[in-house]
Design a protein around this ligand. Structure first.
Ligand code: HEM
Length: 207
């Protein structure tokens, strides 16, 4: 099949609205989160303001995550997040070799984007781990810090609150790193800006 100049409508309106809201909220949460963690009188955002904005953005993110979860449960978009187990590691390896070698030799992508296969195997595993692992974990630990009375008092001799805090910071760090890598990989498209345009107009442009 020739993918020359093909335009596929892969990002429905609800995904685009969710994604934009999510990206903005995550940026706000990272800036205010870092301000809280490394608070000193010279920080960009004042401590009290950083805490309030972080809490409000976290609550809105929880709602938007809930809508994303329901959207994937009840619309065809959820199918892209189901990883076929058979041969998965081989497919992952193929994609990895393409990103580290083939791409720089201008070889064709091993898993071209189609309507049935929106994500390549590496994207798929990243999005699944991110959206069904780190993000809900981050949100739940955040609620645990907002309402400390709902967390366990102690666990194997360690304070439940300290552990929740540690989990929250670790998951926040992981999501921040994944987001940077995600934005880099988004520049690998028909041209460096085409994937960003896809998330605005809904159409993916193939090579
Ligand atoms: C400034 C920040 C961000 C930018 C510029 C960005 C950009 C993009 C772009 C361009 C795509 C389309 C990918 C493609 O066509 O290959 C995409 C998809 C996606 N992004 Fe992001 N992103 C950002 C932040 C995030 C964050 C913080 C998350 C999650 C915590 C996230 C999760 C996703 C997911 C799950 C998809 C696939 C959505 C679907 O089609 O089902 N992104 N992003």
């Amino acid at each position: 099949m020739n993918h020359q100049n093909e335009r596929l409508y892969l990002y429905p309106v609800w995904i685009r609205i969710w994604h934009m809201t999510n990206a903005i909220l995550c940026l706000i949460l990272i800036i205010t989160g870092l301000s809280i963690q490394f608070s000193n009188p010279e920080t960009v955002v004042k401590f009290n303001a950083a805490v309030s904005v972080h809490n409000i953005a976290g609550i809105i993110l929880s709602v938007s995550y809930g809508l994303f979860f329901l959207g994937n449960l009840f619309t065809p978009n959820g199918a892209y997040y189901v990883i076929p187990v058979k041969g998965f590691l081989i497919r992952l390896q193929k994609q990895f070799i393409y990103y580290t070698v083939g791409l720089f030799k201008k070889e064709n992508a091993p898993f071209p984007v189609t309507e049935e296969q929106k994500f390549n195997p590496l994207q798929q595993v990243t999005y699944v781990v991110l959206m069904y692992g780190f993000v809900p974990f981050l949100i739940l630990s955040g609620w645990g810090l907002l309402y400390p009375e709902i967390t366990v008092k102690s666990f194997v001799g360690l304070s439940g609150l300290d552990l929740t805090d540690l989990f929250h910071i670790t998951a926040g760090f992981a999501v921040s790193i994944i987001m940077c890598v995600h934005v880099y990989f988004c520049t690998i498209g028909k041209n460096p800006t085409s994937n960003f345009k896809s998330m605005i107009n809904g159409y993916h442009e193939s090579h």
